[in-house]
Design a protein around this ligand. Sequence first.
Ligand code: ADE
Length: 245
Amino acid sequence: MGEAARSPWTARVLTLFPEMFPGFLGLSLAGKALENGIWALDVLDIRDFARDKHRSVDDAPFGGGAGMVMRPDVLDAALEGARGQGGQLAGPVVYLSPRGRLLDQARVRDLAAGPGITLLCGRYEGVDQRVLEAHEVAEVSIGDYVLSGGEPAALALLDAVVRILPGVMGNEASPAEESFERGLLEYPHYTRPADWCGRLVPEVLLSGHHDKIRRWRRTQAEQVTRERRPDLWARHSRAQDEGEG
Ligand code: ADE
């Protein structure tokens, strides 16, 4: 199959705020890749799948409590509407939620290797649990903090995936060197001037000894990971002990 015949990596987004898309993904590298057809974005307004004349999408929670819950019948209709030609969804269905599994670079790589993703963005207090179960929706969180809705989390997830799609990053970027690719945070970077306000660039980087530079960067990466992310460091050390590193 020729390059042009392959369908682009596709993100289908279900949201009550379609104006939030593509947002910043319409700019810079992701925006260019969208224009060039490396990825595609379909945005569906959940309200278009409401069933009553008030177009209501939410209701009060059974059992009482604050806020509103998004209705399973409306979301079910929206998910059915998100099936493309041939009745296929664009990849796994992911609901962005602080209750989800934390997103990491391994998950981002998996998603980038697949055909795409269907993203469900919630507002209010959440969505009815039954529709998540019925559609085998995976819940994904982008961090241990609460956003006012899933949209910024969806944009962050898409940014992370799109930038590693083949043909998106120029030659300037090298994913193998960056944070998380080897289970470590990245080493620090320096550029000209070598003396900036009396702050000097580490000597070794001016030495021209590639092997020394590589070892220095490695040590820096290990040190910063140990200090800032003991969780990553513990996992990295275990992998090294098991001979994977
Ligand atoms: N929606 C609200 N908070 C979120 C978070 N931390 N991650 C993903 N989706 C969210």
